[in-house]
Design a protein around this ligand. Sequence first.
Ligand SMILES: C[S@@+](CC[C@H](N)C(=O)[O-])C[C@H]1O[C@@H](n2cnc3c(N)ncnc32)[C@H](O)[C@@H]1O
Length: 229
Amino acid sequence: MACHLEEVAPWGRSFEEYRDLFRLEDADLERSILGVGDGPASFNAELTRRGGTVVSADPLYRFPPTAIRRRIDRARPGIEAELMANLEGYSWDYHGSVGDLIEARRAAMDAFLEDLEGGEHSGRYVAAELPRLPFADGAFDLALISHLLFSYSGRLSPAFHLQAAGEAARVAREVRIFPLLGLEGLPALDVAPVWEWLEGQGWTVTVEEVAYELQPGGNRMLRARFTPA
Ligand SMILES: C[S@@+](CC[C@H](N)C(=O)[O-])C[C@H]1O[C@@H](n2cnc3c(N)ncnc32)[C@H](O)[C@@H]1O
């Protein structure tokens, strides 16, 4: 069952946001990492610059860089207007203000765009989409999924969530997913079935608090680790 969100505006987070929302320690950054649905985030560009090993998989990378830049530029005013209109619907402790958030995201997406062409040539950006990923079993130490599973719980089906989590667990020995809220800010109903399914497959699953919050109450990630008996 292919399922991708063509209508999702391309909008990407910074390396620092990824580090905080996934609670990434220095030791984590030395592992081989897969970013699923990384879109125009700068995590790959920045981690590569720091000497890390990372691959990003997203259907967005099917488009040429010029088209991706156009889509980002088109999306920005609407996203900024939505944030301004709903200031009280967000927590500003982390970002400070809409202006600071927009500036951080602009810098992140510029870094991504600068890195994209070279990164595609070296295989760091792969056009692919859940629930099927073109990687071998256990190819990565750690898979990160930011603002895709659970965020779009209303639009991506429960079956898709299970297949997608299973696929991430096939290609990596640890999976972290953030946030656990849907776009409307309510706890995502898909968390419990995904949790139960992973535990049923022998994975150790925890929910951990993180030092990142934009959606009020959205400061927790799901962490699943496979530790063979
Ligand atoms: C809201 S953006 C989040 C981007 C990035 N992870 C971040 O947090 O900044 C969601 C991303 O999921 C990607 N996406 C949509 N459907 C997907 C699928 N089936 N598999 C992988 N990525 C998908 C979109 O192209 C988009 O880049």
